[in-house]
Design a protein around this ligand. Sequence first.
Ligand code: TMP
Length: 238
Amino acid sequence: MPPPNDSKPTFPPSPYPQPPAHLLRAYAGRFIVFEGPDGSGKSTQFRRLIDALARAGVPCTPVREPGGTVTGERIREVLLDRANTGMSLRCEMLLYMASRAELVEQVVLPALRSGHLVLADRFVASTLAYQGSAGGMAFADIAAVARVATRGLLPDLVVLFDIDADAAARRLNPLLDRMEAKGREFHRRVREGYLEQARTNPQRFAVINAARSPDEVWVDLLRVLDERAADLPPPHFA
Ligand code: TMP
């Protein structure tokens, strides 16, 4: 007889270590953000964590910025299109925030309300690093727009995958998008901007050295999740 349809999904053996399910369950209803310069390898770690959450049976909603909604994906095309090289900094910042407003409203808040862990590939720290520290826009202006776009939602944990601009550039596809093509000096300031945010906000940020192999970075990520699980604020919607 075939197995009943409600049987648990089965997974092939994982080629890298898996965190204990109880550790991942501690993050239910929380909002975790992965940040880092282009080429930091954060998206690989993002995929690994989504897979680990699925294996552990922890409900998770993964999102990426800019994009993640119908409107947001169209905004993403505009932002990354190299034809738009003349875009002003203010327009750029507002488009990232418009995409974020849509994502928070349509995806992030409903997912948190239903008790999911929301895992985001980039959030407000990206705007502060790219349009603020690297682009030159005042942090206070970005923060004011961010409050509107996010309805004041803050991440419970920001994991910063740190890598210097030269090492990161070596990892990028040579067909750079509009943001990746902004040059080494710009990307050096992005990194410094991220590190500055982590220094001034150590309880929310955890910094991982991302200039190593994906397996080494993964082990560090699991260590960070383990260390921070005890200090988490209550879920957003208890
Ligand atoms: P991705 O390559 O991680 O998908 O991100 C798209 C690009 O957009 C990346 O170069 C970082 C940049 N970016 C900003 O400049 N400001 C923002 O607020 C966000 C979310 C991304």
